[in-house]
Design a binder for this molecule. Sequence first.
Ligand code: F3S
Length: 408
Amino acid sequence: MHLSAIEKSLLEGETGTAAKKAMEILVALGKIFHAQDMVEVSSAQIAGVSYQNIGDPGIEFLTHWVELDAAVRIPAFMNPAGIDRNQWKQMGFSESFAVKQLEIISLLQKMGIAPTLSCTPYHLGHTPTIHEHVAWSESSAVSYANSVLGARTNREGGPSALAAAITGRTPRFGLHLQENRRATHRIDVKCKLTHASEFGLIGYLVGKAVGNGIPYFCTLTLPEGEIDRTSALKTLGAAMAASGAVALYHVHDFTPELLEAPDAVISSDLPVVAIDSIEQAIASLRQQGTQLDLVALGCPHSSIEQIREIAEFIGDRTCKAKLWITTSAAVRTIAASSGLIDQLNHAGVNVIADTCMVVAPLQSLDIKYVGVDSAKAACYLPSHQGMTTYWGTTEQCIESAIEGQWKF
Ligand code: F3S
């Protein structure tokens, strides 16, 4: 593999053992995927933050890097953790879990990684532009960066994202190469969608149909309003990455790469996947029952605009069942300063930062029945957390929380 002078010096340990080790990981990865050289990346998103997912071996791994004096060279930020740093006690998470979780965050911070603890870094000012190379990890964020922003990232694993953060490099393979960004399937969505959350159902069906392919949505009508459109694209990408392994998609008349040079990403002879109805997805993602312990919105993490819309929809009603909205601490702070948190608390809603329904240890809170408006969450909660899960639109989820039982 061709390495620049800087990359060679990193590999030879001239800037320290941590950088040497990080470069060794990236070179090994590059060799596996036949990369010709490295590409400079402008930011890294580090997944593998929740103690529930990485456990004690993860803490040992991170401790080792800190002992090597590892430090990031580019902006790097964290994916969600297993608890809300400020509310974990009130929420009922155990002290033993919280101590381990806070240790993980502290180890990552020692390397210079910002505790954004969010899967929507693009709501926090991290918005790489078209053709910009980054090294992001969380699958929905990867999908959004590649597709909606037109940036270029593979779906990094925890160690490779950390190595990219330390060196500012990643091997040039996969979605960093123009030729690998061509659509593999043409998706013909024939049904009419009336709620942004229904785009997740389309994503669920398409992910199942194309696996790790690159879908081109030739007939998808996006919502008109900016808030609903962003919400639809977030949930669409998240679901395709959950039911399949889609890391990039193109939307007719919308996604930047398609607008810039359609012939570079679309061919006329693609196999067609027709989506006639969302009913099959609802049948798969909505389990039977009415019992409800929690309604969890905010997968991927909510924007301030989404939180405001939820507050407006609830109005002066109150929830009988627990209702969480998950987001980043930064967005929660904005919501607090505009009075939204007080208003939502009054309605029985808790805006949770730093974590989400999938990576938090829900079982330890004695939660078994969960309503969600995210197809990704509905896909993962039964298998990852053993939850009985009901998918509904955002409005159906809220109405159910107000009633205290699943209504649909
Ligand atoms: Fe984000 Fe958690 Fe969903 S990390 S995409 S809110 S599963």
